[in-house]
Design a protein around this ligand. Structure first.
Ligand SMILES: [Zn+2]
Length: 89
C-alpha cells in the first residue's frame, strides 16, 4: 500500500534562512520594546518576549501580544492626556 508523503517543507528559501538567518520585518508593534516579525523568505513569524529574546509566534503568544498591545495603548493614551493637560496649565 502506498502512502502519500506529506508536502515537502524543504524549500530554497528555507535553505537560505538556515544558512544566512531569517530576514525579519516588523509586522506589528506591540510596545516600545516588543514587536512581531515575519521572515520575508520563509514566512516564519516570531515575537520579542519579556526577556528580550525572539520566540516563535504561536496562537497563544499572539493572543498575549494582542492584550499587551491594548494595555499599552491605553497607558500611552492616558500619558498623552496627562501631558496635554499639563501643557495647558
Ligand atoms: Zn526565514
Amino acid at each position: 500500500m502506498r502512502t502519500q508523503s506529506p508536502k515537502q517543507l524543504f524549500t530554497f528559501s528555507g535553505l537560505l534562512c538556515s544558512t544566512l538567518g531569517h530576514d525579519y520585518v516588523v509586522t506589528r508593534k506591540i510596545t516600545n520594546h516588543i514587536n512581531e516579525y515575519k521572515c520575508t523568505n520563509c514566512g516564519k513569524e516570531v515575537t520579542d518576549n519579556f526577556s528580550g529574546r525572539l520566540e516563535s509566534l504561536t496562537y497563544k503568544t499572539k493572543e498575549l501580544n494582542t492584550s499587551l498591545a491594548h494595555f499599552f495603548q491605553k497607558k500611552m493614551r492616558r500619558k498623552l492626556t496627562i501631558s496635554y493637560e499639563k501643557a495647558n496649565l
